[in-house]
Design a protein around this ligand. Sequence first.
Ligand code: ADP
Length: 391
Amino acid sequence: MLALKILIVEDDNVSALLLKKALEKNHHEIIGVAATGEEALEIMDEKVAELVMMDINLGGELDGIKTTEIINEKFDIPVVYLTASSDEETLHKIAGTNPSAYVIKPFNIRELNMMIELAIFKDKKEKELQKLNNELEEKVKKRTADLNEANKELKKALEKEREIGELKSKIVQNVSHGFKTPLTSILSSAQLLQIYAERDQPQKAKLIKHSRKIENSVRNLNNLLTSVLFFGKADANKIDYRPSRFFTAAFFNEILDVVKANNENGVEITTSFTNLPKTLKSDTDMLYQIYENLLSNAVKYSKRKGNVHFSVEVKDGIMISIIKDDGIGIPEKEQSQLFDRFFRAKNVGITEGSGLGLSIVKKCVEVLKGDIAVQSKAGAGSTFTVTIPID
Ligand code: ADP
């Protein structure tokens, strides 16, 4: 058994002596015997104790429990209580000071030894636990600091990415705007050329042909820039829903006029409008993008002299539009990418396009809280169905 340096705190001389003898017999060293709490603390300030045997009822200002509280605060050593009573009140008081063990008087030596061993064991385990706890706390602190550091880095990287994104979209917007002005003057010059050629030009036919080419290319470029600008806004989440009331028939006629003007394949366009109210309230820019793109595609991807049918019906506050063509169709395995930016199916051949129209359509349908579906088969035409809630 371990030999310990023990302080006895006991105000009854006889009990103290008996305890001292018993402990010494077990090879412990008694560093002092104190009759009061104050005396015990004085001894402990001078000598090192490894264990205190503490009587609960002491004469003097401090009783055993108060003295133990001070010892717990100042010294990190186990205290074994000595008590004559095992009533509930005393046990409750003892428990509050977390004693290492307690011995009920009168005690026998065997019991005393057992309690001392228990006290030392408990103290050792508590210290180990405390050490583990401290280590764990340290680890948690370090991990938290690492995590905070990583978070800071992440925030910085995100901020940088956002800045780069903003810069990119500003460049795109500025360059696109910059292109628009010269394009407009090229377009009007090409149109003027056509007018002059109509008059008295020996090379009239050639001049008209080439100026039309210029006009078409400029229109294509212009559309492309409009698309780029649209995505610039969409990516910066700057697309606003701006509803206004408009005349339904005038709106659809305008789109059909534009589509027919570009119908170079001699495609026949038929329409059917059912139950359309005279006026509608929605965002006309968005609606324009949707119908212009879908109808232009239907015409563009039709075979020569093909048929396009455009139907619009309003039912229960929903506008259902169907754009059906009997053109080249979309290969089934490519259909899942149909609304991706820059997607163009393998069967488009030399038909020009940017692959941006349908992704714009999709975005506009989303903004209008509608839906778009497609049915198509390569070589057997396509049908696009758009449903949009309307006021
Ligand atoms: P593009 O400028 O190429 O027409 P879109 O985004 O409008 O771009 O369309 C993407 C692709 O979807 C087209 O390149 C074409 O392969 C296919 N597509 C769209 N509409 C039709 C259609 N009516 N018939 C056949 N293919 C179509």
